[in-house]
Write a protein that binds this ligand. Structure first.
Ligand code: CA
Length: 225
């Protein structure tokens, strides 16, 4: 397991690295958000410990850029208390967990390990949402026990929504995943795929549903009740 630690204070960064290494986790340090972006592009990290207080590109900006770049490693955000209350109230920052400074190293290690155990952090996992399961290697989807055949684009959309279960995935991110940055997709391509996917999930009796967040994107969530 390899963890990227993003922290500009050198002493704090090396404390965290040592704490993780004592638990048998490899850890690399990036001292800026910009460094974190290229390091995460070059290496498949299993988790990212990200300080909010970074020069220029802060932790919130960094996690947003990571997600836009298709980096889905779980992120543990380190923050001062007042900063987090501002942001977490209703805003999807893209982080998976938060730890308020000052923290005990044992707590940071425990939270990091919890993220590493979550589905979606590594290759070869089955993502689950309600009664829907997506095998990221076999590339098949099941609703309950039944296989739900899906074309490649719909499966890719479903995978991204499942990796971000309960959170909004911007439409632009889905477009980039489907078409790469060189091609310009038809402006309605993603909505059309989502429309088909939503109908197929409903017909198959899936418990989670795809919601449209107007002007932003889509979100997969369990049906209430
Ligand atoms: Ca800092």
């Amino acid at each position: 397991m390899r963890v990227l630690v993003v922290e500009d204070e050198v002493k704090m960064a090396s404390l965290i690295r040592r704490g993780l290494r004592d638990e048998g986790l490899l850890a690399d340090v990036a001292v800026t958000g910009e460094d974190a972006l290229w390091m995460a592009a070059a290496t498949a990290y299993d988790a990212i410990v990200l300080d909010v207080g970074l020069p220029r590109l802060d932790g919130f900006g960094t996690v947003r850029r990571l997600r836009e770049d298709g980096v889905w490693a779980p992120v543990l955000m380190l923050t001062a208390r007042d900063a987090i209350e501002d942001r977490v109230a209703g805003l999807d920052t893209g982080a998976d967990d938060y730890l308020v400074k000052p923290f005990a190293m044992a707590e940071l290690v425990a939270r990091t390990k919890a993220l590493l155990r979550r589905p979606g952090h590594a290759l070869g996992v089955t993502l689950e949402a309600g009664n829907v399961a997506l095998d990221t290697v076999g590339r098949d989807v099941r609703v309950g026990a039944a296989v739900l055949p899906l074309p490649r684009q719909e499966l890719a959309i479903l995978e991204h929504l499942m990796r971000r279960l309960g959170r909004v995935v911007p439409k632009a991110v889905l477009e980039e995943k489907l078409y790469g940055t060189d091609e310009t997709p038809e402006s309605n391509a993603v909505p059309v795929h989502v429309h088909h996917l939503r109908r197929k999930l409903a017909e198959a009796g899936a418990t989670p549903e795809i919601h449209t967040v107007r002007g932003i994107g889509y979100l997969l969530a369990e049906r209430p009740g």
